[in-house]
Design a protein around this ligand. Structure first.
Ligand SMILES: C[S@@+](CC[C@H](N)C(=O)[O-])C[C@H]1O[C@@H](n2cnc3c(N)ncnc32)[C@H](O)[C@@H]1O
Length: 287
């Protein structure tokens, strides 16, 4: 499946694949609910309702070894919102390419960006059919801005860049956002090459924002989590160390405080700063 659904293009929300009604027969025909999927397991941890028994079982298996996972995913969402607010507010970025969007929840990228700058333009990319079924919620752009949804695979950067160019102007700075998605890109799929090809397409003054599941905080527990999930989840995970995550920013200028636990990245409250995430996160500028 592929194809865009645009908030301001020739295929308005309601006419594209994003119009598949959640829970409809059409939606159910497009995916297998008996196997856990990352988007739905993540939705379960976040307290959402867009998940199935297999997802809840997988999620619970992780909670058994690591109850903090629930706090970790919340810290991850809060990081996303702070990063978008920083980029739209302090930096003045007006274009966002959010790959690995997830099932819509509170504070989606366009809502945060357009609350700061209504003219912000956001392209969402995910390859999960449930996210696609909810794409309409991601397309509620402000009249001054625009949103688009691409049903595409992160590994297919050429398709993403070509289709995103319908909404984003790649001669102007773009924030490439890879929030909690690169851990399902194995080393055989060249994750560093994928990030480099996205950043090569963006001009000077663009930003890379990413978070990534850790391998080197409580490493034994993390290995147990990874192997439990890999037994039951469709996507296979590769967790990475601080050094391996920092390598994604090679050639870019890291914004302070660098690559840190996401709750330590410019927290805006003590509650946020005290969360216990298992995610490294950082933001960097293209020189
Ligand atoms: C853990 S969720 C993170 C969602 C969101 N970025 C956040 O931080 O709240 C990861 C998302 O990446 C998507 N994803 C996984 N592999 C992908 C791929 N190869 N291409 C595009 N999206 C992918 C999943 O479907 C899921 O929605």
């Amino acid at each position: 499946m592929d194809g865009p659904v645009s908030s301001d293009g020739t295929r308005p929300a309601g006419e594209g694949r994003g119009a598949i009604p959640p829970g409809s027969e059409e939606e159910h025909a497009t995916f297998d609910t008996s196997v856990a999927h990352l988007a739905r397991v993540y939705n379960y941890w976040l307290g959402g309702k867009d998940n199935y028994e297999a997802d809840r079982k997988a999620g619970d298996q992780v909670i058994q070894v690591q109850p903090e996972v629930v706090d970790s995913v919340r810290a991850g969402r809060a990081f996303l919102a702070r990063v978008v607010r920083y980029l739209a507010g302090e930096v003045g970025i007006r274009q966002f390419l959010d790959i690995g969007t997830g099932i819509p929840t509170a504070d989606n990228t366009h809502e945060v960006a357009q609350s700061v700058a209504p003219e912000s333009r956001v392209v969402y990319v995910d390859n999960d059919p449930v996210v696609l079924a909810h794409a309409r919620a991601l397309l509620s752009s402000s009249p001054e801005g625009a949103t688009d949804y691409l049903d595409a695979d992160l590994r297919d950067t050429q398709t993403i860049l070509t289709e995103a160019a319908r909404t984003l102007d790649f001669s102007r700075p773009v924030a490439v956002m890879l929030i909690a998605v690169l851990h399902v890109i194995g080393n055989d799929d060249d994750p560093y090459g994928i990030v480099a090809s996205l950043m090569n397409a963006a001009p000077t003054g663009s930003y890379l924002a990413l978070s990534h599941v850790v391998s080197d905080i409580e490493p034994q527990k993390m290995e147990e989590v990874r192997s439990r999930l890999n037994r039951v989840m469709f996507q296979q995970s590769t967790y990475r160390s601080h050094a391996e995550v920092t390598r994604f920013f090679d050639g870019l200028e890291l914004v302070q405080p660098g690559v840190v636990r996401v709750q330590e990245w410019r927290p805006d409250s003590e509650v946020e700063a005290k969360r216990t995430s298992r995610l490294w996160g950082g933001v960097a500028r293209k020189r």
